[in-house]
Design a protein around this ligand. Sequence first.
Ligand code: B16
Ligand code: MG
Length: 220
Amino acid sequence: MMVKACIFDLDGVLCHTDEFHYLAWKRISDELGLGFDRTLNEQLRGVSRRESFEIILRYNGIRLPEETIRYAMDKKNMWYREYLLRMSPSDLDSDVRPTLVRLHELGLLLAVGSSSRNARLILDRLGITGMFDAIVDGAMISNSKPDPEVFLKASKSLAVQPSGCVVIEDALSGIEAAKAGGMNFIAYRLHDPSLEKEVLHAENFGEILKLVTASIRRAR
Ligand code: B16
Ligand code: MG
């Protein structure tokens, strides 16, 4: 790969808000008497709020009136934001900031590509908003992952061809989106049997840095 830009997923990669999503969905599911567990929660990674709730409803085999759907999504988001407001820069894994700095020093452009409408709040709470050359979030797209829209918008805004971008993702929906957009990708803490053997994997930001640096060296 000839990498000029890294596009980071947010929830599950740059931060651990995935646990907050789980807790908030669990709470609203309990209130409505819906079944919800960690296995089902895995299917919601990278998927928009609306589609997430539709997955929960399908799993429970029920339909709800639009009014109740809106009530559930709003309440889930209210609880989720309560968790977010408790976050601070100390919630950032220690290798995230130095890795972003090093990637910039290597001449790479950096972007965030997230399905979340709360992306800017999260980046602000973590104190890393200013480290990115582009931020594309859930409010800026019409189709969430696995549609490539979020990553294509980021690549466009960075003025880097999709083939020059590497997407770092923790969700299958995000890997599908990167593939559909013609981008390189690294599966982050994601070990799913459906992924091909040759897919690049990273368990921490140090490993991301190694993979990206190696690809730059090979390209020179
Ligand atoms: P919100 P990502 C995604 O973020 C989450 O993985 C997914 O669980 C969530 O439903 C979606 O954002 C929408 O989030 O309710 O905050 O708009 O992984 O694409 O950064
Ligand atoms: Mg994610």
